[in-house]
Write a protein that binds this ligand. Structure first.
Ligand SMILES: CC(=O)SCCNC(=O)CCNC(=O)[C@H](O)C(C)(C)COP(=O)(O)OP(=O)(O)OC[C@H]1O[C@@H](n2cnc3c(N)ncnc32)[C@H](O)[C@@H]1OP(=O)(O)O
Ligand SMILES: O=C([O-])CC(=O)C(=O)O
Length: 454
């Protein structure tokens, strides 16, 4: 029996690819299982109270208000993010891997986020073949990107590139045709999600080579996995571990439930039925903020500056404590520390730290980051206001990649965005499947609040 709560197309447009058909059937199968739950929650429990909203939350960035649905992942403040119920360590252990690698493949996490299933090796291989088929950038997009001034920030270039891809949207075309039915929205969103995920590493590598490598490009290798291919197109290192560090980065940053700025923005824009290119370009603009994704660029810069100021001296906890205090005194945040919702060391940091300790423990920036791990939390704690003094993912991601020669910190958030495309577009598919409405919370004025609290 079909449930109205979820959007099942009556007659499915057959995809030209077996793996896309498989994905559609798996998503649809999962949606059929979830349909009674969604219907009951809407119809029988729609009036139940989840919590009250305080004036502090209204002024304070809506922290702690439970008011969004995201099926792909859920965050525990102490244990961090789980992709479809699996911790990141579970994902590292359980997801298929490239030959000789210990890293769970990020494109396998895309499959997991979409379907709630760990794909087989054969399924990931087929997905990679499909992504390669969809990966070519239209000539118009190449021209647009190549014509941008080289000093345009790489994140600006990426959002321009995503918008330049927008005319290729299958969802947009189908919607404009006037024949698209609501229960078909998710199918076309999935088509766009796959194409966007296929193209984003090609676009991102092009931006890198244009800005930092005099426009000398390295062609895509269709025999490679999604992230390994991205690493080889960046072309900064032939070390097999550089492919692994890229795979790890892209797996760890894929999703962080839906309230973070990039995911929320993507969801919000998508809720107006803007297609995935519009929606994710908007999300990317949010990721470019220094309190969110750009913190990894800021953190690497902070570490490099600190190292320069140390002038060859060994970093000590005492010296780093003073550096951290100076940063606070100058009115800046310490990038890579603190979090909106986590209340413990970010498990993404823990996994990256282990990778660095296993593979390049003597790298000067790794050593410096280790001292920061000891020195900075007490400084933040001493302010009495920082709710989470522990490191987040951004505290080490740049350090791990610079070891292999990718030390252009302005580029780091683009790598984050390549990864976040997996989670944000998976969420768009599920939002359209669940028929979620346009998002429109209530805002009020200060006078309204003052009258209310009297
Ligand atoms: C992928 C990601 O997006 S992970 C986060 C990446 N961002 C960073 O690493 C930037 C540094 N960190 C921060 O700025 C913050 O911790 C955020 C933005 C991540 C979270 O912000 P909030 O939820 O407001 O944190 P919290 O409630 O603990 O903030 C309370 C106060 O402590 C300050 N604070 C929090 N973290 C830090 C920090 N790392 N350095 C200095 N001050 C901090 C806040 O600015 C705020 O000050 P205010 O009251 O004077 O405005
Ligand atoms: O969850 C957040 O607010 C920020 C974050 O760590 C992410 O988006 O990866």
């Amino acid at each position: 029996m079909m449930h109205k709560a979820l959007r099942f197309p009556g007659r499915q447009r057959r995809a030209f690819s077996a793996v896309v058909d498989t994905l559609k059937h798996k998503i649809q199968g999962l949606a059929e299982k979830k349909a009674p739950q969604l219907t009951a929650l809407r119809k029988e429990h729609g009036g139940k109270v989840l919590g009250e909203t305080t004036v502090g939350q209204c002024i304070g960035g809506m922290r702690g208000i439970t008011c969004m649905i995201s099926e792909t992942s859920l965050l525990d403040p102490m244990e961090g993010i789980r992709y479809r119920g699996r911790t990141l360590q579970d994902c590292m252990d359980q997801l298929p891997k490239a030959p000789g690698s210990k890293i769970g493949l990020p494109e396998a996490s895309f499959w997991l986020l979409l379907t709630d299933e760990i794909p087989s090796d054969a399924e990931v291989k087929a997905l990679n073949e499909e992504l390669h088929k969809r990966s070519a950038l239209p000539e118009s997009v190449v021209k647009t990107i190549d014509s941008l001034p080289k000093d345009t920030h790489p994140m600006t270039q990426l959002s321009i590139g995503l918008l330049a891809l927008q005319p290729t949207s299958e969802f947009g075309k189908a919607y404009r045709s006037g024949t698209l039915k609501k229960n078909e929205y998710w199918v076309y969103t999935l088509e766009d999600a796959l194409s966007l995920v296929a193209k984003v590493p090609i676009l991102a590598a092009r931006i890198f080579r244009n800005v930092f490598m005099e426009g000398k490009h390295i062609p895509s290798d269709p025999s490679m996995d999604w992230a390994g291919n991205y690493a080889q197109m960046l072309g900064v290192s032939d070390d097999a571990l550089f492919k692994d560090v890229t795979r790890m980065y892209l797996m760890l940053h894929a999703d962080h439930e839906a309230g973070n700025v990039s995911a929320h923005t993507t969801h919000l824009v998508g809720s107006a039925l803007s297609d995935p290119y519009y929606s994710y370009a908007a999300g990317v603009c949010g990721l470019a903020g220094p309190l969110h994704g750009l913190a990894n660029q800021e953190c690497l810069r902070w570490l490099k500056n600190t190292r320069q100021e140390l002038g060859g001296k060994e970093p000590t906890v005492e010296v780093l404590t003073q550096f951290a205090k100076d940063t606070l005194a100058s009115g800046k945040v310490i990038p890579g520390f603190g979090h909106g919702v986590l209340r413990n060391t970010d498990p993404r940091y823990v996994i990256q730290r282990q990778f660095a300790q296993d593979n390049f423990p003597n790298d000067p920036l790794v050593k410096l980051a280790e001292v920061c791990f000891q020195a900075i939390p007490p400084v933040l704690e001493a302010t009495g206001k920082v709710k989470n003094p522990w490191p987040n993912v951004d505290a080490l991601s740049g350090t791990c990649m610079q070891y292999f020669g990718l030390d252009q910190e302005d580029y780091y958030t683009v790598i984050f965005a390549v990864s976040r495309a997996l989670g944000c577009t998976s969420n768009l598919v599920w939002s359209r499947m669940m028929g979620l409405p346009i998002e429109r919370p209530k805002s009020v004025t200060l006078d309204w609040l003052s009258t209310k609290v009297k």
